[in-house]
Ligand binder design. Structure first.
Ligand code: NAD
Length: 541
């Protein structure tokens, strides 16, 4: 792979390599269908579109911009060298039309695709991306309820897909025991191969025995169990299994991607495609049973939270009255970090050489080593994370930090310390880039949960600041009608121009997180703005 260009410059070469990386068999859940992760999150609309994107990126000049409309390249425009090389808009629908049935109707006509968050914006880095967020979340649960460590606790959850596969490792990295229910054996085996999951139980009895033992011995262990969560979780509740933490990461945001009780995995996709309405009703009924069991554990004193997949919303539609008795993970654990502009900062070595990531890890420790949790994560990630596709790293950095990391990486490219340029991006799940009332903006202090001006401003700010590609999506994470979010990626190619762009983008992008939370009335955000110099006109005389 190395430092040989197939495109005309590193900015477009980076987009090309990241598009291909999203579909690398080691990264994508179903690359042959262009599906990267999150149920049906795609990197391009269809194969002709994919090839046309490749062709355009290969020939694009330094003052041109490629427009991508829901995974299809629709135009190349003359812009300027500070402008993004690619602008993407994925899955966006006008409010009243923003439903799954309407989306699917349009999709079947070949007019749109589901971009999830980083699938359609070419900055998915495999399960590591979510691993860090999940690690942070469980670390916060540990701090809040269990004295700082999960040792001696049992977490029960479901879903071992692209995102959910991070759960077992995040729990064991925090010292805990995990039991993860997954209906598709192949998914579970894949997590064993990548060392995210330790063991697979043969049946429910075996699973209970293994995790009860591990919990008693305070052993960090993760056990997978093949079964339907809507059946197995109520069974575990009936049997009195002592869970301390219960959550879920099945693809509940899309009722067709959640397996209803009584349907075999082999019949799943055929049935969902042929009878989507009937399938949706059955999957919502099952989700209601699933959530009923979670509420049973809540009533028993467990820490229960929705892990950003809209399970509560779907269960409510399935008739579960108490679906919203437990909180989403953002208000429960993540919002204080968002107030500092902190979020999932990530970077990828375009060289394909793991040594480049090892060097950037050292640079991060050098810059921010005094932050203990961050240092522990970087060390553990270096030891335990198997790269998927291009070597990559993620860590949560805030306002005033991200640009320092970006500038350091750019210097390392310029000096030859890194063997090729690095791309720097983030998840759309970030401090100031998403409106999602069931997840990132649930329960905002001023009630502004559904205000979607913020992600649009975020995309405009990143476009104005010099990002290399910028995207606006709808429906990621929690499904159609429930979220609008934006992404950005910059390329550190070692040039002086890249340094100037990186400095602005990686300052202004997290600033949007601080600004959004000051505006919503969070005191911590106001302190951060005052301490670190983020200008807020309504607070100036
Ligand atoms: P995925 O489709 O790759 O995996 C979902 C898994 O759930 C699959 O392996 C599937 O077999 C399994 N599953 C479905 N129904 C089941 C059932 N009834 N019982 C047991 N297993 C079942 O999706 P993913 O990428 O892992 O994402 C999972 C969910 O998390 C999605 O809804 C996604 O939108 C959401 N998500 C959350 C975050 C976050 O930060 N918390 C971030 C991104 C996505």
């Amino acid at each position: 792979m190395t430092d040989k260009l197939t495109a005309r410059n590193w900015q477009t070469e980076a987009a090309l390599r990241m598009l291909r990386n999203n579909l690398d068999p080691a990264v994508a859940e179903r690359g042959e269908d262009l599906v990267v992760y999150g149920g049906t999150g795609k990197a391009a609309r269809d194969w002709p579109s994919y090839h046309a994107i490749e062709r355009s990126l290969t020939t694009l000049a330094e003052d041109e911009t490629l427009l991508v409309q829901s995974g299809k390249p629709v135009g190349v425009l003359r812009t300027h060298e500070w402008a993004p090389r690619v602008l993407l808009a994925n899955s966006n629908l006008v409010g009243d039309w923003a439903t799954w049935p309407e989306f699917r109707r349009l999709e079947s006509l070949g007019l749109t695709m589901y971009g999830q968050m980083t699938a359609g914006s070419w900055i998915y880095i495999g399960t590591q991306g979510i691993l860090q967020g999940t690690y942070e979340t469980f670390a916060e649960v540990a701090r809040k309820r269990f004295g700082g460590s999960l040792a001696g606790t049992l977490t029960i959850t479901a879903g071992l897909g692209g995102m959910g596969g991070a759960q077992p490792l995040a729990v064991t990295m925090n010292g805990g025991t995990a039991l993860v229910i997954e209906c598709d054996r192949q998914r579970a085996l894949r997590r064993i191969e990548t060392r995210y999951l330790d063991e697979l139980a043969s049946d429910v009895d075996d699973a209970i025995a293994r995790v009860t033992d591990a919990k008693r011995l305070r052993r960090a262990l993760s056990v997978g169990l093949i079964g339907n969560a809507a059946e197995v979780l109520p069974e575990l509740l009936r049997r009195g299994v002592e869970a301390d933490i219960v959550t879920d990461q099945t693809s509940a945001h899309d009722p067709l991607a959640y397996l209803p009780v009584g349907v075999d995995v082999e019949d799943w996709h055929d049935y969902a495609a042929k009878k989507p309405d009937e399938f949706t009703d059955r999957s919502r009924d099952s989700m209601a049973e699933h959530v009923d069991a979670m509420i049973g554990f809540l009533d028993g004193g467990a820490e229960v939270f929705d892990y950003g997949n809209s399970l509560r919303g779907e269960a409510k539609l399935g008739g579960c009255e108490r679906a919203f008795d437990f909180p989403g993970f953002v208000p429960a654990y993540i919002r204080p970090l968002f107030c500092e502009g902190k979020g999932p900062f990530r970077w990828v070595a375009l060289s394909g050489d793991p040594a480049d990531i090892a060097a950037t890890d050292r640079a991060i420790l050098d810059l921010f080593g005094e932050d203990e949790a961050l240092a522990r994560w970087i060390k553990l990630a270096g030891e335990r994370v198997a790269f998927q596709g291009l070597p990559a790293r993620i860590c949560w950095l805030g306002y005033g930090q991200r640009h320092l990391a970006g500038l350091r990486f750019n210097e390392m490219v310029a000096s030859g310390e890194l063997s090729a340029p690095v791309v720097i991006g983030r998840d759309h799940l970030d401090a100031g880039s998403v409106a999602s009332p069931y997840r990132e903006t649930e329960g905002m202090a001023d009630g502004s949960d559904a205000i979607a001006d913020w992600p649009l401003l975020n995309a405009l700010v990143n476009t104005a600041s010099g990002a290399t590609w910028v995207s606006i999506h709808h429906g990621g994470g929690v499904g159609m009608g429930r979220s609008i979010h934006a992404g950005q990626v910059c390329v550190a190619d070692g040039s002086e121009l890249a340094a100037r762009k990186i400095e602005r983008v990686l300052t202004n992008d997290p600033a949007m997180g601080v600004i959004r939370h000051v505006d919503a009335g969070y005191e911590r955000a106001a302190e951060v703005a005052a301490e670190r110099g983020v200008r807020i006109p309504m607070r100036e005389d």
